[in-house]
Design a protein. Structure first.
Lengths: 268, 268
């Protein structure tokens, strides 16, 4: 992708993310009209929808030939990542948004011909912007994030993962994962995949595994994690298909093989 | 306890908590001299120790007849809670302190003849002070925390609990807890008991269970949670012995019986 165009997209994306953040902060105490999607705990609110519509409107007006892949379905129905695709989660961590009124994020990834060029994750209530352009490093606000340390001891790792990994599930034997949590230093659950990617990029967690994430949950995060020397794959170590849901692993590269080995021990 | 004296203690405690927070922020990028205690993941640093010594020094100089119960052992060796006892965790969430440089708290509870009179939990890096006096409500900074809503649906509850509840353990059958996490709306793991009590008091989580907490982990939190209509007991519903470690449940009172019932289903 042309660098001048990329810089322009990046500036627009950040401008719109901040505008969307302002709208969310202004309206978040209005009635949220909470609905559920795939299950009773998969929440969506009026503001998720309105925020996605805001982005789709801005993008389609400014870049007529760009595509949008968005969680709430106001974008395009894509069968390929050819061209320039904005992959957007208007409110990642909707359960936190509803119950906590914080700890949620706007996630915007911009991909060109399938390559992640720009990643932006905005923690709306903390007013913290994680952002990266491919090959130019990742930033938290104005501070460049250092490369992840070449840690090697899995028993000193903190891993983000929810509790379902330790219940009977279709991916791995839960007993292998019960052993895994005993072998590492600690686990964390924050309830926003985008923020958990950002925290991994920041090095405050060493990795994050999730059973089922959609492209909009991870598109921006992948770019951020790449820029600090991290790695994101499915739980078998394969490259991700960015048009499908996948079970994913993102982590400090130093731990990638070790975490994969643990997942493979119980892999069904 | 005399109200004038209590107000004086409260003001001193808040002043010292802020001073200690300043010291921690100033020194946290110096070498931490990390050691381990009960196990390889039970971390302690020079700053945990120095911060506790700071509090013990201030308290003993100002209130010669008060006692201190502190995590790092610089206080008194108590066999009773008679008199006025400051129960202090200088850095609650030391793993977060070491790995994240945020998401840790100073916790100060002041008890008189066994009754929790004052609770202060200070999120040092967010500069957020949770504080309460018995019978006078709980506050987050200058804002009074509202009474917890009389929620009743356990399937809409967010519960803080670590992953060990879903591994074989000596308290409950892990399968009962695996079912429990499927029955509730969501789980969170933040890595600081004091903050998890504060979040419960704030209502951003509906409860928190932990297998083994010491008096300094919970002394301040109990006062906060009480003041918003929450309840803290051991996992059998019994009152806590504040001189011992216990498996604990703190929550919105509306959920207390329901969560206890779930714990009892698998109780060993």
């Amino acid at each position: 992708m042309n660098v001048t165009l990329r810089d322009e997209l990046y500036n627009h994306a950040i401008e719109w993310v901040h505008e969307a953040g302002n709208i969310i902060r202004d309206k978040m105490n209005d009635p949220l009209d909470i609905q559920t999607k795939s299950n009773a705990n998969d929440l969506v609110t009026k503001l998720d929808k309105e925020t996605e519509q805001f982005f789709v409107g801005k993008i389609k007006k400014t870049y007529r030939d760009h595509f949008v892949l968005g969680e709430e379905g106001y974008g395009d129905d894509l069968s390929s990542l050819a061209g320039t695709v904005w992959i957007i989660d208007p409110i990642d961590g909707t359960m936190n948004f509803v119950h906590q009124k914080r700890n949620f994020a706007i996630s915007v990834g911009i991909y060109h011909d399938g390559v992640g060029e720009i990643g932006i994750i905005y923690d709306v209530m903390a007013n913290t912007l994680y952002h990266a352009k491919r090959g130019e490093g990742a930033y938290k606000n104005d501070v460049r994030l250092p490369a992840l340390m070449e840690k090697t001891k899995i028993n000193e790792a903190i891993i983000g993962m929810n509790h379902f990994w330790l219940c009977e599930n279709r991916f791995v034997d839960e007993r292998a994962m019960q052993q895994f949590v005993k072998d590492i230093r600690g686990t964390r659950v924050y309830g926003s995949a985008a923020l958990e990617f950002a925290y991994t990029a920041e090095g405050i967690m060493d990795g994050y595994i999730s059973m089922s994430l959609s492209p909009w949950d991870i598109a921006a995060g992948i770019v951020l994690v790449n820029e600090v020397g991290g790695k994101t794959t499915d739980i078998d170590g394969n490259e991700l298909n960015m048009l499908e849901k996948s079970p994913i692993l993102t982590c400090n590269s130093a731990f990638h093989t070790k975490i994969l080995d643990n997942l493979q021990k119980g892999r069904k």
